[in-house]
Design a protein around this ligand. Sequence first.
Ligand SMILES: Nc1ncnc2c1ncn2[C@@H]1O[C@H](COP(=O)(O)OP(=O)(O)OP(=O)(O)O)[C@@H](O)[C@H]1O
Ligand SMILES: C[C@H](N)[C@H](N)CCCCCC(=O)O
Ligand SMILES: [Mg+2]
Length: 216
Amino acid sequence: MYKGIFVTATDTETGKTYVSCKIAEALEKSGINTGVFKPVSTGDRNDAKALIKAAKIDENAETVTPVFFKNPMSPYGASLFERRVSDRIFDLKKIDGAFKYFLNKYKFTVVEGVGGILVPLKQNFFVSDLIKKFNLPVIVVARFGLGTLNHTLLTVEKLKRDNQKILGVILSGKKNKNDISVKSNASIIKKITKLPILELGYNEKVDLEKNRWIIK
Ligand SMILES: Nc1ncnc2c1ncn2[C@@H]1O[C@H](COP(=O)(O)OP(=O)(O)OP(=O)(O)O)[C@@H](O)[C@H]1O
Ligand SMILES: C[C@H](N)[C@H](N)CCCCCC(=O)O
Ligand SMILES: [Mg+2]
C-alpha cells in the first residue's frame, strides 16, 4: 500500500473532493487510519471539512488546510489581492511541515490539489511542483462529457513529462444523456493512455476491492 495519493484534476469543480472523500470513506470503513490533506484552499475551507468528515478523524480545518486565501481564485491570483493581509502567503515550509505530520501520523493520506495541475500557487510554482515535491502517486479526476479527452490527455501528458507515477483516471459526476461522447470517452482515454479508468457515476461510492490500483 502506498503512503498516500495525490488527487489532481483536469479543472476546478471536477470532483477532486468528492473522489477524495469516497476514497477516504472506503479506507476508513476497511479499518485503515486515513489522513486527509488539502494543502491550499481559496474561498473557504469547506473541502477540508468534508475530507475530515469522510475520514472520521480528529483534525481541524486549519491543520488540514494550512494555507488559505479568501478570494475564490488561484492561490497566486488571490495572493496578489491579499498581499497586505499578514497570514495570507503561500508558505511552502508550513505545507511541508503539515505534509510530514500527516504521513507520520496516518497509514495512508489522501492529498487533494487545488483546481487543475497547472494552477499557479506562486508566480513560478504550480500544483505540478507540489506533486513533484510530495512524490506521491497521482490520480487524475476528470469529467465524463465533451471536452474531457483534451483536458485529460493534456493533464496526463504533463504528469508523464514530469515523470510522475499516474495510478489512473477517475471520471466523476453526472453523465449527460444528451452527450453522445459520454458513451466512448472512458474507453478512448483507456486506449490512448493505457491507464486504469474508473467511471464514478452520480453519488456512487469507490469500491477499493474492485479498484485496488487506487491504493497499491
Ligand atoms: N460522482 C459524483 N457524484 C455526485 N456529485 C459529484 C460527483 N463528482 C463530483 N460531484 C459534485 O460536483 C461538484 C464539484 O465537485 P468537487 O467539489 O469535488 O470538485 P473539486 O475538483 O474538488 O473542486 P475544487 O477545485 O474547487 O476543489 C460538487 O458539488 C460535487 O459534490
Ligand atoms: C475557488 C475554487 N473552488 C478553487 N478552489 C480554486 C480554483 C482555481 C482555478 C484557477 C484556474 O484554473 O483558472
Ligand atoms: Mg475540492
